[in-house]
Design a protein around this ligand. Structure first.
Ligand code: RUQ
Ligand code: CUA
Length: 649
């Protein structure tokens, strides 16, 4: 116990020294070469070569950048309300944030993952996980909008998510914080014996992208941390790292670091499909919300499901194996050929690299050391391809260039290490500023990496940018990996905390963009497709305003007969059919965000006026020379007033 603690403290001490060394302003040197500026410069009016999608971390959003310029192109709201366009505030989008715990306006999103076909990025969808209230979202890359969110039941802390198999057959989820399954009120003493984890396979419809929880696997109660699919020869398998095989429930920083090795769980999902067909599953309770945005009705709705199918490893031989992995592994990555599985043992001194071929052989020859809850533990040496010696301190994540090299982020020593998959020899390393988490190469977790740029996603920036009070920016560094040696090109700050990112060539996404929503296809219940159909309808204390917006006028723009205590719904249809002409809508005193309505779309702002008076409303997006004239007035009378409803056209 003491020596373990000592080891951790000494690791921390080294970390501090390294940070101090790299972190002090006087040690800050320019590591770029003369042609770096040219390599990142994208002239005005020119497009970037790549899209980069970065998770917002604790902002719950997704941000989109152009690479190599580092220009931020868009924030896509996913798991959090976003006042800039009314996501999660408008009547149409509120349902996206429904969960079995109620309406949740925030989450923590770590891993964006682009859909793949034949192991290559296909530019159709992006999946991203929510950690805190376990969920997976799907973003449509023709609209850059969140169109679906599914909740994952029987899980807590959905961290090893949302990675996909090579034809996007499945997107996966897993339990980071093991909990009792089903949940129950027990003492934390009893809890130790009742910790369980689940790994979930969520089927994705190949045409529509719709998600559905196909099955869960009930796992020992460890902390499942990251995952990647097999590909090529290992297609049909999925690998999940886990730590805390000690099942500690307190002081994990010491108590979960006792064992020399934790595990990577290897799951044969093709086998799971066979067991499902044979009916070898149990149905267990698992209430979960499934929120879907209907693009024709311009409306999100929630479905509630209450059961899931679960497979139990004891009853399904050959479904799961554990590969011993030093020491509290974090990352779990698979190379483009599918042969090598790389563990990121954050407290380990080496990077273990496993061979898929050896794993299959070890399974055939039953080279098992023991069993945990019916799961055979494979012999470490029998599965090992090699260990990368002296990779750097705190190795976390690995991506690949498709030319036989792997790049591993080292958090503690703040560097990226390049090493050869063939012989596990380090061939290059580059310092990053500071404390790198994930890294990203375009297609770096697919069959077809593009070995041009590497993004280093750094947690701490200290002295890198102009200071902004106690809270400083997170940072991305752009590294050229086209040559033998890595070259630092550029730094740019990012929004939220980017954990993982995905990069794709612009060519697979840019030509698929929806420019407008067709007005004639608008099936919103409260649409108004021409100004002469605008109207105001009272139903008890609810008032529905059917309103149109077109440069530079709202119809109606004068409304009387609203009373204190009414619930007023402004259903605004944007009649424009031109690209890039949104109209915004806001009304004074509304306890809501604005709505930003795209061409051909209808959005609804709910308003409960509390005081009599004349209330202006206006367009918030500078849409035309007469944008400032795009405004109107609502008269609000006392609750008992006798003012007739009237409006102009
Ligand atoms: S994490 S910095 Cu993917 Cu949440 Cu490793
Ligand atoms: Cu419409 Cu400004």
């Amino acid at each position: 116990m003491k020596s373990k603690a000592l080891l951790i403290f000494s690791t921390l001490a080294v970390a501090t020294i390294v940070l101090l060394f790299f972190g002090c302003p006087s040690g800050k040197k320019s590591v770029v070469e003369g042609d770096a500026a040219q390599k990142v410069y994208v002239a005005p009016g020119q497009y970037d070569e790549f899209y980069a999608f970065m998770s917002g971390g604790f902002s719950g959003q997704l941000s989109v950048y152009g690479i190599p310029s580092g220009r931020c192109l868009r924030i896509v709201p996913v798991f959090a309300q976003y006042p800039e366009n009314g996501y999660g505030y408008s009547e149409e989008t509120k349902a996206m944030l429904n969960t079995s715990y109620g309406f949740i306006p925030w989450d923590d999103s770590h891993h964006p993952e682009l859909s793949q076909t034949n192991g290559e990025i296909d530019g159709r969808w992006l999946f991203i996980n929510a950690n805190n209230v376990p969920r997976i979202a799907r973003v449509d890359l023709s609209t850059f909008r969140t169109v679906e969110i599914i909740e994952i039941p029987n899980s807590a802390g959905n961290h090893p998510s949302a990675f996909v198999t090579e034809n996007t057959e499945y997107v996966v989820a897993g339990t980071r914080f093991s909990v009792p399954i089903p949940q129950e009120d027990i003492t934390l003493q009893e809890f130790k014996n009742k910790m369980k984890g689940t790994i979930s396979f969520i089927k994705v419809d190949p045409q529509t992208g719709r998600m559905n929880i196909e099955f869960q696997i009930l796992m020992p109660g460890f902390n499942y941390d990251l995952s990647h699919p097999g590909r090529g020869k290992s297609h049909g398998w999925y690998f999940f790292s886990c730590y805390n095989s000690e099942q500690a429930t307190s002081m994990l920083e010491v108590n979960a670091s006792q064992n020399d090795k934790d595990f990577i769980a290897a799951i044969n999902w093709k086998k799971a499909e066979e067991y499902l067909k044979q009916g070898k599953y149990k149905e267990i309770p698992g209430v979960h919300y499934h929120n879907i945005y209907d693009e024709k009705k311009h409306m999100a709705y929630s479905e509630i499901n209450d059961k899931v199918k679960v497979l139990i490893p004891q009853e399904c031989p050959g479904l799961v194996y554990y590969i011993p992995t030093p020491k509290s592994p974090h990352g779990c990555d698979v190379d483009p050929t599918g042969e090598y599985i790389v563990g990121g043992g954050k407290l380990a001194t080496v990077i273990p690299v496993y061979s898929f071929t050896k794993m299959i052989k070890a399974i055939e020859e039953k080279k098992f050391d023991k069993e945990i809850d019916g799961i055979p533990v494979l012999n470490y040496e029998a599965v090992l391809h090699g260990e990368v010696q002296n990779p750097g301190l705190g190795p976390l994540h690995t991506e690949f260039d498709g030319k036989g090299y792997a790049y591993t982020s080292c958090f503690v020593s703040s560097e990226v290490t390049k090493w050869s998959l063939q012989d596990c020899k380090v061939v290059d390393r580059i310092p990053v500023y500071y404390s790198i988490g994930h890294l990203c190469i375009a297609g770096g977790d697919s069959k077809k990496p593009i070995a041009k740029y590497l993004l280093a996603l750094n947690k701490i920036t200290k002295d890198r940018y102009l200071p902004t009070g106690p809270e400083l920016a997170q940072s991305c560094q752009l590294i050229d990996i086209s040559g033998e040696k890595m070259k630092m090109l550029y730094d740019f700050p990012t929004l939220g905390e980017p954990h993982y990112a995905q990069m794709a060539p612009a060519s697979v996404i840019k030509d698929k963009q929806a420019k407008i929503f067709k007005l004639e296809e608008n099936q919103h219940q409260y649409r108004t497709i021409s100004p002469d159909q605008a109207k105001v309808v009272r139903e008890g204390n609810k008032v529905h305003i059917y309103m149109t917006a077109i440069r530079s006028h709202f119809t109606p723009d004068n409304i009387e007969g609203i009373k204190v205590g009414d619930e007023v719904y402004f259903h605004v249809t944007n009649l424009e059919q031109d690209w890039d002409i949104p109209h915004g809508f806001a009304v004074m005193g509304s306890d809501n965000a604005e709505i930003l309505v795209m061409p051909g779309e209808t959005l609804t702002l709910k308003w409960k006026p509390t005081k009599p008076g004349i209330y202006p409303f206006y367009c918030t997006d500078f849409c035309s020379a007469l944008h400032q004239e795009m405004q109107g007035y609502v008269r609000v009378s006392p609750a008992n007033a006798n003012v007739q409803l009237s409006w102009n056209k």
